[in-house]
Write a protein that binds this ligand. Structure first.
Ligand code: SAM
Ligand code: SF4
Length: 323
């Protein structure tokens, strides 16, 4: 079992397979962003598989493929198949903006990706265009329908709530998710990079109470629900989670770290502590050496983010860390 220096069990890795993206969500990536990692620095599938095999031997169980937009990485289903087959990995999921999902859903499902998180901030085409600076809504909705028909039974919609998101926007999304059996999660914006700081923050605590009243929801627990706090319909058929890193943080139960496409392991989304694994991977480090490095890295995982106390300190964008 992998424990960090505070005794928290770390069994979840978010694996960024690219820092590139076809959208430019205003809270995530600047419109003219050019600072991508050079392809020669991207971990190859062989390197990723080797490092995750070492990690899995130490207790890693859950892997989420993310980015940037992970579906932009060529042959992603091949990587998914290799990771799903690693002994110890019992859960492989994907976070995507959904624009390429219609094309890839069947192969991803066949490769062993079992759960999908799809980011969608509104059902209003113009609002989506304004937020992600591309006309993405029709492709995302089509991707969701295809994913559902390809057998993805657990689909979560991640909706970032920003200033200007109204209760009506959220209620429209609730109705959409209820109808299709999707789990909805509302997310508070985090001050990651100038983009994350430049967007108006919406506190989800009062929103949660209003939704509780309006839909007659009750507190609920959702298995594998992560840091979200859930409300559910009385019959359990609909679930809505609130991810509130700012208004009510959940660092005490943090179980995750993030591996960038460049092989740098980020120990906390909201701190700069990180360890480079690309160099040892490419300079003959043994598996025992990698194990040693992982244990030492985990031991230095920070206790918590300081988004409220030191909002200026994170210059990395969410897209470059792996959200
Ligand atoms: N491109 C994929 C997607 O959009 O789902 C995966 C990567 S994206 C960085 C992962 C998640 O991070 C998305 O749900 C996105 O909405 C969220 N995100 C990005 N920037 C954020 C910020 N500043 N605060 C909160 N969430 C953010
Ligand atoms: Fe791309 Fe996801 Fe960031 Fe939007 S949130 S710009 S889709 S990486």
């Amino acid at each position: 079992m992998l424990l960090d220096g505070f005794g928290r069990r770390v069994d979840y890795l978010r694996l960024s397979v690219t820092d590139r993206c076809d959208l430019r969500c205003s809270y995530c990536m600047p419109e003219g962003f050019k600072g991508y990692e050079e392809p020669r620095h991207w971990l190859s599938f062989d390197e990723i598989e080797r490092l995750l095999a070492v990690f899995a031997r130490l207790g890693l169980k859950h892997v989420r493929l993310t980015g940037g937009e992970p579906l932009l990485r060529k042959n992603l289903p091949d990587l998914a198949r290799r990771l799903a087959a690693l002994p110890g990995i019992d859960d492989l999921s994907l976070s995507t903006n959904g624009t390429q999902l219609a094309k890839h859903a069947a192969r991803l499902h066949g490769a062993g990706v079992t759960r999908l998180n799809v980011s969608l901030d509104s059902l209003d085409r113009e609002r989506v265009r304004a937020i992600c600076r591309r006309d993405a809504l029709p492709r995302v909705l089509e991707g969701l329908e295809v994913a559902r028909s390809e057998g993805f039974h657990l689909i979560k919609i991640n909706m970032v709530a920003i200033a200007g998101t109204t209760d009506e926007d959220i209620c429209a999304m609730v109705a959409y998710c209820m109808e299709r059996g999707f789990v909805l999660r509302l997310i508070e914006t985090m001050p990651l990079g100038e983009t994350g700081r430049g967007i108006g923050f919406l506190n989800l605590r009062p929103v949660r109470e209003r939704l509780r009243q309006r839909f007659g929801l009750v507190d609920g627990v959702v298995p594998g629900g992560g840091p979200a706090r859930y409300l559910v319909s009385p019959d359990g058929g609909f679930q809505i989670g609130f991810i509130t890193p700012i208004s009510q943080h959940f660092c005490a139960t943090c179980n995750r770290v993030r591996l960038g496409v460049d092989g740098v392991l980020h120990l906390c989304l909201g701190q700069n502590d990180a360890v480079d694994f690309r160099t040892p991977l490419r300079s003959g480090c043994t598996d025992a050496g990698l194990e040693e490095m992982l244990r030492a890295a985990l031991n230095s995982k920070p206790w918590r983010h300081e988004f409220s106390e030191r909002p200026q300190q994170m210059v990395r964008f969410m897209s470059s860390t792996g959200g």
